[in-house]
Design a protein around this ligand. Structure first.
Ligand code: HEM
Length: 126
């Protein structure tokens, strides 16, 4: 997209890593999201999301090499992804983002970026 920001360069990889780590630190105890994620394998899941955001925000395409095309709708198909799950995912992600020093316009960009994908991934009414 023409209006995409080079977030990888603007924020840097340590901050992106910290954002994903902060998100995953919240997932296990969450009553909606916790049970969806592979038990005892949060580290691998964290690595997949980290690698995806680094690639998607303009960093090295390691995700593509390791996982191929993201096919996010298909990969989320096994999960019951309704509005509540979508909103909770965003809540945990924004809480993590708010732990980092991030300029308001970058925060807004991240919120729209993650929010649009999260909405697109809804596969269950309710
Ligand atoms: C809307 C609520 C969402 C829920 C409930 C959800 C849930 C999950 C679950 C349970 C997994 C499997 C964990 C694993 O083994 O990797 C997963 C994987 C993944 N999710 Fe989500 N997710 C959501 C939104 C998103 C969003 C907004 C993004 C992108 C910004 C995203 C990107 C990914 C990626 C990249 C993977 C790993 C795919 C792979 O390579 O296998 N998810 N998600």
């Amino acid at each position: 997209m023409a209006d995409e920001l080079p977030i990888h360069d603007l924020l840097g990889e340590p901050k992106l890593t910290a954002i994903v780590a902060g998100f995953y630190a919240r997932v296990p105890a969450d009553p909606i999201l916790g049970p969806m994620y592979p038990e005892g394998d949060f580290e691998a899941a964290e690595q997949r999301l980290r690698s995806f955001v680094i690639y998607r925000f303009g960093g090295p395409p390691t995700y593509l090499q390791e996982r191929g095309h993201p096919r996010l709708r298909i990969r989320h198909h096994p999960f019951r992804l309704d509005r509540a799950a979508r909103d909770r995912w965003m809540q945990l992600m924004m809480a993590s983002i708010d732990e980092q020093q991030i300029a308001p316009e970058h925060r807004e960009y991240l919120e729209r970026f993650f929010g649009d994908i999260a909405t697109f991934l809804i596969n269950t009414p309710g």
